[in-house]
Design a protein around this ligand. Structure first.
Ligand SMILES: *Cc1c(COP(=O)(O)O)cnc(C)c1O
Length: 272
């Protein structure tokens, strides 16, 4: 995104670090104005973008660490938002958003589709001098998203998922379900008497990714193995942080999460 003035970034982990690196790569003047790097990205830092910043960049849900903004920071500068891992999981206040994007593969559909929502007045800034035509958002906006052949089957599936969201009662209803699901797992962690330790600080906890460790780290391999035998896959934490991570996207039912919470309690009882 062509920057009039300095772009500001809130660094909350791997995804924002990658975005910052790309800003540097294409020669955007930028600064990092908030970061939780020093505490292993265990929280959402206080974020205040300058009114005259070109844009303020945030990642709403930090998939690997299990942190999430409760709400977007208010900002006079337009926000640029990576919502890959939590859009369609709750209502979003678009008041200050200039551009919001997300890969579909976590909550919305198959991999290969990225949804971009951009404010019309941002379009004229969406291209730098040597940006390839294909990478300019105004190219796609002026061609009604048909500049090239889009991944039609993926978009079709995305639409089916949106229909499903509506059937559930829309994003507020989905959000309520997600709150209940997350509460089951955080309850199991907080009620374990220190057997489990959550990675994220409480006020930054994600409703999508619950990252935790076992105080006795040697038990983690057994936890992964036993949960796998019980039919629960993909609980191994991301290689950046290790430990255990339960990703409880929209497709994971409350029943599924309850099964995991019960497993966690039982595992702690047996090994505590
Ligand atoms: C998953 C994710 C991405 C990108 O995912 P790919 O697997 O590389 O397509 C980007 N940002 C966030 C916040 C994510 O969770």
């Amino acid at each position: 995104l062509a920057a009039k003035g300095v772009a500001q970034y809130a660094d909350t982990g791997v995804w924002t670090s990658k975005a910052i690196k790309e800003a540097a790569n294409v020669g955007i003047a930028y600064e990092v104005v908030a970061s939780s790097k020093e505490t292993s990205y265990d929280r959402i830092p206080e974020v205040k973008f300058s009114d005259d910043a070109a844009y303020g960049y945030v990642c709403t849900n930090n998939t690997i660490y299990g942190t999430q903004y409760r709400e977007l920071p208010r900002s006079k500068a337009p926000l640029v938002v990576d919502a890959s891992s939590d859009f369609f999981s709750r209502p979003v206040d678009f008041t200050d958003v200039g551009l919001l994007y997300g890969g579909a593969q976590k909550n919305a559909g198959p991999s290969g589709v990225t949804v971009v929502i951009i404010r019309k007045d941002m379009l004229e800034r969406a291209c730098m001098e040597r940006t390839p035509t294909m990478l300019c958002y105004d190219t796609h906006a002026s061609a009604a998203s048909l500049y090239n052949t889009p991944p039609t089957f993926g978009i079709y599936l995305l639409n089916l998922t949106l229909g499903w969201v509506q059937e559930q009662g829309g994003l507020s209803a989905i959000n309520e379900i997600n709150e209940q699901k997350a509460a089951l797992l955080y309850g199991a962690i907080d009620g374990s008497g220190g057997f489990y330790k959550g990675h994220a600080q409480k006020d930054s906890r994600s409703l999508m990714n619950v990252s935790f460790t076992i105080a006795n780290r040697e038990l983690e391999a057994a936890f992964i193995a036993e949960s796998e035998s019980a039919g629960m896959l993909g609980l191994k934490g991301h290689r950046h942080v290790g430990g255990i991570r339960a990703s409880i996207y929209n497709a994971v039912s409350t029943e599924n999460v309850r099964t995991l919470a019960e497993f966690m309690k039982e595992f702690a009882r047996k090994n505590g």
